[in-house]
Design a protein around this ligand. Structure first.
Ligand code: ACO
Ligand code: HSE
Length: 351
């Protein structure tokens, strides 16, 4: 499915007070907006994904899945700073005629939401029936539900939080240290910082999975002492896989954006901000998630007025939100079948 581009030809003011002179957003839509305009499902994607949600969230999205194009008008937009159609550090700065690289302005989760709200307006979307996102996507979703409470009818937040934790920021900073230790990062070339990015992804994976995941998927049959350990080869492979489809500059800025996440900023605190949410909300946590531990979803559940919590027992850790599509389908189906506030659904892993 090809990416469409929305161009906003006015300067786009960022939360920092800085601005982007031009805003372009890559997005995908699937299905059609119905007569009552009440079938919109908006997906907020996570760190390195893109707007083709039918590709990366198969099993939950697509023909025959829960979110299918016969029933829903699904929209997914590429986030600010990401290189899949939206303005990002490798884009040309109209003022200089050169790519931004490290002169790209820092931006926040609120800026992503503000940009996507402009896209929603352009698409003629007044109400979002279901707003859904995991991880950094969940951070956008909760932020949007607070900034435009009347617009969001139902909210699904998966493996995410209300304010990025010191632990999460420490992981992100460690990844930025890896990127900046690669001096080519400062060369301002499209592949600058590639070795650093590879190391950064390797660090990040440790937070996306966990001890048990590695113990099973990367267990070795033989007894060799050094050299080509399976887990080492996996880290290298995954690092290179990201380098082949991404760039260090987008990664750097998006990790800073994630650190900025704090729904309470200038809103009299996190609890007050969460209390503003009007959407009927489903919070899903993954018990084995070490990056966004279950306590963070329990906290969201406690402070979002009309909310339910599901705790998923997955083998995959944080990345379970992308992988456990069958379990997510079951949880979401039960949520929309029940009106009981606070019902906690406990599910075992299915994959
Ligand atoms: C333009 C684009 O392509 S955008 C792609 C979309 N990306 C996104 O949406 C980002 C979000 N997605 C993700 O983060 C991931 O895809 C996930 C979490 C959903 C799944 O992760 P995966 O990498 O597919 O799964 P997993 O961790 O099991 O790794 C499997 C891969 O590692 C390889 N692998 C496994 N063990 C080893 C090892 N010991 N040594 C080397 N390679 C290994 C497998 O061969 C497989 O390779 P493949 O991806 O080329 O098929
Ligand atoms: N694996 C996810 C990040 C974890 O939220 C991604 O690459 O987008």
């Amino acid at each position: 499915m090809s990416v469409e581009i929305f161009k906003y030809n006015k300067p786009f003011e960022l939360e920092s007070g800085k601005q982007l002179n031009e805003l372009e957003i890559g997005f995908n839509t699937y299905g059609t907006l119905n007569k009552n305009a009440d079938n919109v499902v908006w997906v907020c994607h996570a760190l390195t994904a893109n707007s083709d949600v039918f590709d990366w969230w198969k099993g939950l999205f697509g023909a025959g899945s829960y979110f299918n194009p016969d029933e829903y008008f699904v929209v997914c937009a590429n986030i600010l700073g990401s290189p899949y159609g939206t303005v990002n550090p490798l884009s040309i700065n109209p003022v200089t005629g050169q790519p931004y690289y490290l002169s790209f302005p820092e931006f926040t989760v609120r800026d992503i939401v503000k940009a996507h709200s402009l896209l929603a307006e352009y698409l003629g979307i007044k109400d979002i029936n279901i707003l859904i996102g995991g991880s950094l996507g969940g951070q956008q979703a909760v932020e949007w539900a607070i900034s435009e409470p009347a617009k969001i009818k139902n909210l699904i937040i998966i493996a995410s939080n209300a304010k990025h934790s010191p632990w999460g920021i420490a992981f992100n900073e460690s990844q930025r240290l890896a990127i900046s230790a690669d001096r080519t990062f400062y060369s301002n070339t499209p592949d600058g910082g590639s070795k650093g990015l590879k190391a950064a992804r390797s660090i990040a994976l440790l937070s996306y999975r966990n001890y048990k995941t590695y113990g099973i998927t990367q267990q070795e049959d033989d007894d060799h002492i050094t050299g080509n350990h399976k887990a080492a080869s996996y880290q290298n492979y995954q690092g290179e896989k990201l380098v082949n489809r991404y760039n260090a500059y987008s990664y750097w800025y998006l990790s800073k954006c994630m650190d900025s996440h704090n729904v309470g900023r200038n809103r009299h605190g996190v609890e007050k901000a969460l209390s503003l949410i009007k959407a009927r909300t489903l919070v899903i946590g993954i018990k084995s998630d070490v990056l966004f531990p279950i306590e963070e979803q329990q906290y969201l559940f406690r402070h979002i007025p009309k909310s339910a919590l599901a705790e998923l027992d997955s083998f995959y850790g944080h990345d379970g939100f992308l992988i456990e599509t069958e379990a997510l389908t079951n949880i979401i189906t039960s949520f929309f079948k029940t009106d009981v506030k606070g019902k906690i659904i406990e599910l075992q892993r299915t994959a």
